[in-house]
Write a protein that binds this ligand. Structure first.
Ligand code: PMP
Length: 410
């Protein structure tokens, strides 16, 4: 097992290294960044800053090449067939809106169905509510067991010949559970439907391969995977992207424009209207390199499994903690949601914060899930771990929660 007493990664993360009194347990909201990412962002502006695509001079070409290299790197990372299948957006939310609002109208007719799970983040839920409302289609929810398992019978019951799109998160940002995406994709394809995967919480933890998953579209955000905020990725199968209208129009997304119309540029430029966050995209590549090449998914999995097990063992010793979701640490990919009996999650988070422990409290952009689970106040606490956490962080969480309980109960 991984040695979580040692932490070889912390020195690479300036915010963590310079705030040794901070226990950061909110990586599911956004990860911390290694100094190589911060330096890359600034290196872009100091050595290659020019508007990519807009100039025929060396500097602009260099900026353009830098973006092209990251596009290829991401294509390789997720098993895309060509870099042209990678669209840069601002975040997962924008990527999923692009699919729901620009692609979905081409396949949805009145009476059709879009199937999602009750475990979706609002980002993979509200766009489908809109798409269904616009098309007169019906939004169908798949429900897991109370511990977050999506069973075969539920998949067979909900995905059928009326289904045109299935959209699901690979890892739940509340339960930490990995969903059987391969199985959902097979059910979608048996019925001629399209499979959309929200990989926001999986790319930071698990190898993601679009063909193994059986995905047709897949979205994630750089900022949860060591990259900067403001860069998202949408991957789509080339023939589907070809059929998709742009969501935004303007600069850099056309072949030609006349007084009365415009001809779109090829994919993916067609979806990238306006000036891109070139420095952010450049730094995204550096962040993903750190994640995948420097640390590596096998080491990430081993270390996070050890951290989650240690944290859940400690929480199990506290009789006032109720874990939300599976009691099995192996089912939690970095995320542990819980409540402290009788104490509002916001109070728990504030009291932990006073002890230097940063966790998330609230609805975690998954209100329908919390409502369905019957979680009081539609709110819970969430501790989310990354490979750069260590045993001290787990101890701080456990000790902190004991203090929270004593504060309320003397
Ligand atoms: N989907 C999931 C599963 C998430 O956890 C998040 C972020 N919390 C999102 C989508 C949205 O990501 P972003 O805010 O970067 O658009």
């Amino acid at each position: 097992a991984a040695d979580i007493d040692a932490n070889p990664y912390k020195p690479d993360f300036p915010l963590l290294a310079e705030h040794l009194d901070l226990t950061f347990l909110d990586s599911a909201a956004t990860s911390q960044r290694p100094s190589t990412v911060l330096e890359a962002q600034s290196r872009f502006y100091t050595t290659m800053n020019a508007n990519p695509l807009r100039g025929l001079y060396a500097l602009s070409v260099e900026a353009t090449d830098a973006i092209a290299r990251v596009r290829s790197q991401i294509a390789d990372l997720i098993g895309a067939r060509t870099p042209d299948e990678i669209v840069f957006t601002r975040n997962t939310s924008e990527s999923l809106n692009l699919v729901a609002l620009a692609f979905a109208p081409s396949v949805l007719a009145p009476g059709d169905e879009v199937a999602i799970t009750i475990m979706e983040h609002h980002s993979n839920l509200i766009p489908w509510q809109r798409a269904c409302a616009d098309a007169g289609a019906n939004l169908i929810y798949l429900y897991p067991t109370k511990t977050g398992e999506l069973e075969e019978a539920e998949i067979a019951r909900k995905i059928g010949e009326r289904t045109k799109i299935v959209a699901a998160t690979e890892v739940s940002n509340v339960l930490g559970q990995r969903l059987p995406i391969e199985r959902l994709a097979a059910a979608a394809h048996e019925n001629g439907a399209i499979m959309v995967v929200d990989a926001a919480q999986s790319v930071p933890h698990l190898p993601v391969d679009v063909s193994k998953l059986g995905a047709d579209f897949l979205a994630f955000s750089a900022h949860k995977a060591l990259g900067p905020m403001g860069v998202g990725v949408l991957w789509g199968r080339a023939e589907l992207l070809e059929r998709t209208e742009p969501l935004y129009t303007g600069g850099e997304m056309i072949d030609s424009v006349t007084e009365t119309g415009a001809v779109w540029a090829p994919v993916p430029q067609r979806f990238e209207a306006g000036t891109q966050d070139a420095a952010g995209i450049y730094a995204t590549g550096v962040g993903l390199s750190y994640l995948v090449d420097h640390v590596g998914y096998p080491a990430i999995a081993e270390r996070e499994a050890a951290l989650v097990s240690a944290a859940m063992r400690r929480l199990a010793e506290l009789p006032f903690i109720d874990i939300i979701g599976s009691p099995d640490p192996a089912r939690h990919h970095g995320v542990i949601s819980f409540n402290v009996r009788g104490i509002h999650p916001h109070d728990v988070a504030s009291l932990l914060d006073m002890q230097g422990v940063a966790i998330r409290a609230g609805h975690h952009c998954a209100q329908p899930l919390l409502a369905w689970l019957g979680v009081e106040n539609l709110a819970c606490c969430r501790a989310s771990l990354a490979f750069y956490n260590d045993r001290h962080d787990v101890d701080m969480l456990g000790d902190g929660l004991e203090t929270v309980w004593r504060t309320f109960h003397g």
